[in-house]
Design a binder for this molecule. Structure first.
Ligand code: PA5
Length: 472
């Protein structure tokens, strides 16, 4: 499924500004002008870290040779009917976003020939027993490759799912054949998963040092599952590389990622917009909003700033889907608390046009739709929401895609990563750690009886003994 570059994404931020939504809710040109120096400092902060080798995610668009090796590996997966990712958070959201954006909506239901002989993709990113049991009922383990993805190699959710799947596969194909059904993506030398891989002789891919889960979509974490289902990962990297060039400067006018970060930062810290809703008007972009939700939340949601001061920083990302959520959320977005910015996404040219056949000429209230296309309808809905939000003084912006393809998806993913890196500098937080996630992981280890966590288990039991739930 090769895709060609059909152009750049546009970032229309006009309606984030005071001229469009008023000075109380929008950022004025003067405020943005005054922020130029801070924005430039944020850009320099990112560059400094990158030059010191601390931001290897920024080098990923150049890793063409590694991507070619992954594509070659993926060609060998055609003998499998299923490719199952076992991972969570940054180790699964990228693969889901890529599959939704770049393969047909019902890819897994298509016959193997229409999938070019590629396997179906399942991403098990939860430990829900009903869900995993059902998956293991419907796939044939003998025809399945499991990709266990964990940078740390010890995440309970992923390792729990792996141990369930391993047992099933071992019973069906024998322990010595496990290596034909498991491939890992993990650290090159650390962690328990790496030990298992080395001991059992599996194939494995490396999560590069210093690339955290939520910045890892362009590493083997996202690229191996994507290539397995025929996504053009080279175009993806080329799209990211094109944006890397555009998002490197220090001036707001010349760096769209820096500008987007500045607008969200100012809207949040000066105009009280503590929520950022991402609302693509394209089903295929839906899971990019989900991926971004983790990126923005985990990177910026921090108790302390870099000086150690308690700041409880961050802006809550919310995902929504146009036009579906117009009939669920937009009432609130227009008339509820004016505490949000909205980031819409629109696609100029969908792959399918889907004309609406003229009919019911005598019913004017629906006849007008006849002769138009579904593309015109969804884009009209997006523009209508932009207008309604603006009329209600709700700051909103829009990323306009020429088309959804691997090149433009590479562009948006990398742009949002750079936006997040710049925003982290503006909020002056550690963008790349997640102590709040670690706390939950430790509590789970304690509750599940992992040795060394007995004290935490006692603490949790004590606290839980004081709860007084109501019987309903
Ligand atoms: O972004 C992150 O770092 C996290 O969301 C991790 O990806 C997630 O916790 C899973 O961790 P791991 O890949 O170590 O299993």
């Amino acid at each position: 499924m090769t895709t060609k570059n059909t152009g750049a994404i546009l970032y229309d931020y006009t309606r984030m500004m005071a001229d469009a939504v008023g000075a109380r809710h929008g950022v004025s040109a003067a405020e943005l002008g005054k922020f130029e120096k801070s924005a430039a400092a944020a850009a320099r902060g990112v560059t400094r870290k990158h030059e010191a080798g601390a931001l290897p995610f920024m080098d990923l668009p150049k890793k063409i040779k590694a991507a070619k090796d992954i594509a070659a590996y993926a060609d060998r997966l055609k003998k499998y009917e299923n490719f199952v990712v076992l991972g969570i958070g940054g180790s699964s959201l990228g693969a889901i976003a890529l599959q939704t954006a770049l393969n047909p909506a019902h890819y897994n239901l298509m016959p193997a020939k229409a999938r070019a002989g590629r396997p179906r993709l399942f991403v098990e990113d939860n430990v829900d027993p009903d869900r995993i049991a059902n998956l293991l009922e419907v796939i044939d383990p003998r025809k399945t490759m499991f990709n266990v993805i964990s940078k740390s190699g010890g995440t309970a959710e992923t390792m729990g799912g792996f141990m369930v799947a391993r047992d099933l596969v071992a019973r069906r194909v024998g322990v010595k054949n496990l290596k034909n059904h498991f491939v890992a993506t993990t650290d090159k030398s650390q962690g328990h998963l790496r030990k298992i891989v080395d001991a059992e002789g599996w194939d494995s891919f490396i999560v590069p040092d210093g690339v955290g889960g939520r910045f890892s979509v362009l590493t083997p974490v996202g690229l191996v599952p994507a290539a397995a289902v025929g996504i053009d990962i080279l175009s993806l990297l080329r799209g990211a590389a094109a944006v890397a060039l555009r998002c490197a400067g220090e001036s707001l006018g010349g760096n769209p990622a820096l500008l987007a970060a500045a607008l969200q930062f100012l809207a949040c810290t000066r105009k009280g917009k503590s929520i950022n809703v991402m609302m693509p008007y394209a089903q295929r972009l839906r899971d990019i909003a989900d991926w971004y939700r983790q990126l923005w939340a985990e990177s910026l949601g921090k108790e302390r700033d870099l000086a150690g001061k308690i700041v409880n920083a961050g802006q809550t990302p919310v995902k929504a889907l146009g036009a579906t959520d117009q009939h669920s959320q937009v009432q609130l977005y227009n008339e509820g608390p004016n505490d949000k910015t909205l980031t819409l996404m629109r696609v100029n040219s969908f792959d399918q046009k889907v004309p609406i056949a003229p009919s019911y000429k005598d019913i004017g209230a629906i006849a007008y739709l006849g002769g138009r296309t579904m593309e015109e309808l969804i884009n009209a809905e997006c523009r209508a929401t932009e207008k309604a939000l603006t009329d209600h003084n709700r700051p909103n912006s829009c990323f306009v895609f020429p088309q959804v393809n691997a090149h433009t998806v590479g562009q948006i993913l990398f742009l949002l990563e750079m936006q997040t890196a710049y925003a982290g500098e503006m909020w002056n937080v550690n963008t790349y750690d997640q102590p709040g996630v670690e706390a939950g992981k430790i509590a789970t280890y304690a509750l599940m009886g992992r040795p060394g966590f007995e004290k935490q288990a006692e603490e949790i039991k004590r606290a839980e003994s004081k709860l007084k739930p109501l019987v309903i």
